[in-house]
Design a protein around this ligand. Structure first.
Ligand code: HEC
Ligand code: HEC
Length: 280
């Protein structure tokens, strides 16, 4: 009798301990689903995650990337960071209105557009293995979340908050800050090294990418950099963004980023590459 009671108490303690561990995990990452589905869908999700992490080197995505950046270079921790251009909950926002393409776009379209601009590459065909598996991975990260399509812009519920009431950005102050806070990783010449990606120049994002805009870059830096030490105040983020974007980077011309017509799938946009090269 006594022994049973003791066992019951032990059981309670053990059970309590387990649920506490579960809670702690939840607090760290409330939105990340734990289980990848079985079978081919699970394979696609795992492949998508691999492509997001190793975009420049994976044989499937490599042909479509034109710089040294992987998706995870900006969508930190394969998009599971809650703040830095998070992929969590993103699939709930699509199809969404896109002011840039002047039409309603799908999640797949949004992914492919990042290939053309942020990765300075060629748009993979809609429906290709690259496109579908990355969409599968990002959609999996929205498991159990409510659909809330975005009628204003192609952005999910954790999108980087855009800085408002912008003060004047000062690139000279930014240069000093860059050498103090950034150069140790991205190098004084902005070209980075094996572990740290280039932040300007031919191997960085092109001037049609979101981050090529000073306010957007500042907004992202505020929540993402310095890596693991995101303590910039708004003015510092702006000054740094002005400095980083004062350097040369590839020029975006839409027609140079479209595949041959027969490999296009569908380009869901009202922009025509032939006459929209001026459209950023
Ligand atoms: C140079 C940085 C950079 C790279 C590299 C990059 N992206 Fe992005 N991407 C962004 C930024 C910035 C946004 C806007 C995010 C926001 O507002 O939270 C964005 C938005 C997105 C969105 C829409 C997010 C939303 O909230 O709706 C998707 C999907 C996406 N990117 C996929 C990708 C994929 C897939 C790759 C790799 C092929 C990639 N991106 C590479 C910077 C980048
Ligand atoms: C401790 C090293 C470290 C420091 C310090 C650091 N970064 Fe980064 N940064 C990284 C890494 C690593 C990535 C890519 C993230 C990944 O792959 O996980 C990155 C990504 C970036 C990107 C997006 C990808 C690209 O190359 O364009 C920009 C922009 C950037 N950092 C700017 C800055 C700025 C500005 C500072 C200074 C405020 C800074 N970083 C400080 C390591 C660092």
């Amino acid at each position: 009798m006594q022994r049973n009671l003791l066992l019951a108490i032990c059981g309670l303690v053990a059970f309590g301990g387990m649920s506490w561990v579960g809670q702690a995990e939840d607090q760290k990452s409330p939105d990340i689903p734990r289980q990848i589905p079985e079978g081919p869908l699970g394979d696609a999700i795992r492949l998508g995650r691999d492509l997001v992490e190793n975009t420049t080197s994976h044989r499937l995505s490599k042909p479509f990337v034109g710089n040294a950046l992987n998706c995870t270079s900006c969508h930190l921790m394969n998009g599971t960071d809650q703040q830095a251009a998070s992929f969590l909950g993103v699939a709930t926002a699509y199809p969404a209105w896109s002011p840039r393409e002047k039409t309603v776009i799908t999640l797949e379209d949004r992914i492919l557009n990042c290939f053309m601009r942020s990765c300075n590459g060629i748009r993979p065909p809609l429906g290709s293995e690259v496109s579908v598996s990355i969409a599968a991975y990002i959609t999996w990260l929205s498991t159990d979340q409510l659909i809330r399509m975005n009628p204003e812009r192609p952005a999910g519920p954790h999108a980087v908050p855009q800085l408002k009431d912008i003060a004047q950005a000062d690139g000279q102050r930014g240069a000093k800050l860059y050498s103090e806070r950034c150069a140790s990783c991205h190098a004084a010449n902005g070209q980075g090294n094996k572990e740290n990606p280039p932040v300007w120049g031919a191997r960085s994002f092109n001037d049609g990418a979101g981050l090529a805009n000073v306010v957007q870059l500042a907004s992202w830096l505020k929540v993402a950099m310095p890596l693991n030490e995101t303590d910039l105040i708004v003015q510092e983020a702006l000054d740094l963004a002005a400095f980083v974007n004062s350097h040369e980077r590839p020029k975006f011309r839409l027609s140079e980023h479209m595949p041959p017509r027969d490999q296009l799938g569908t380009f869901n946009s009202k922009l025509r590459p032939e006459d929209a090269d001026s459209a950023k």
